[in-house]
Ligand binder design. Structure first.
Ligand SMILES: [Zn+2]
Length: 172
């Protein structure tokens, strides 16, 4: 049974943590990173969690806005790209469907967010779309750092398309 490091966002073996690291949820490798790098990774992980929330609140939007003035360029770029969907599509439900009508923004999310961030989001919430491949188009060309994708099992064509919420009986 491992332990989660919230900086590199991995479950790592217990021996990868010091006593203090255990308490802080920071593995030994990440604890050795320069302070600025660590802080930057922490913020990027905060932004990723924000994207996964069911609702990006006005307070979150203010936080994004203030991060567009951050000294680290990667933080600035990530916060800038996320600000538009946070304002225009603050609710996660049906966000991916609505985004299809905004291909320019979709392209920016795919190409300008840190490697894996948008892919992780679509992978988690996009699998009930009729054609998730359409949302993922461009990943091969835009993000050379991504590991090769496991194609996984063939989708069952008879499986009904369902949003997570319709299982709970909540529909638009
Ligand atoms: Zn770590």
């Amino acid at each position: 049974m491992g332990h989660f490091c919230y900086i590199c966002q991995r479950v790592r073996a217990n021996e990868r943590f010091s006593g203090r690291g255990h308490r802080d949820h920071v593995c030994k490798d990440c604890a050795r990173l320069p302070r600025e790098t660590r802080k930057e990774l922490e913020i990027l992980s905060e932004l990723e969690r924000m994207l996964h929330q069911s609702h990006i609140s006005e307070r979150n939007q203010d936080r994004l806005l203030s991060l567009t003035q951050h000294p680290a360029p990667k933080v600035v770029r990530t916060a800038t790209v996320l600000l538009e969907p946070a304002r225009s599509y603050p609710f996660r439900r049906r966000r991916l469907v609505r985004l299809r009508r905004n291909p320019d923004l979709l392209r920016r999310l795919i190409t300008e967010l840190p490697a894996g961030m948008w892919e992780g989001y679509v992978g988690r919430y996009g699998d009930s779309l009729e054609d998730p491949g359409e949302l993922l188009r461009g990943f091969d060309s835009g993000l050379p750092d991504l590991p090769p994708e496991d194609p996984g099992p063939e989708p069952d064509p008879d499986e009904p398309i369902c949003w997570e919420d319709c299982e709970r009986g909540v529909l638009d």
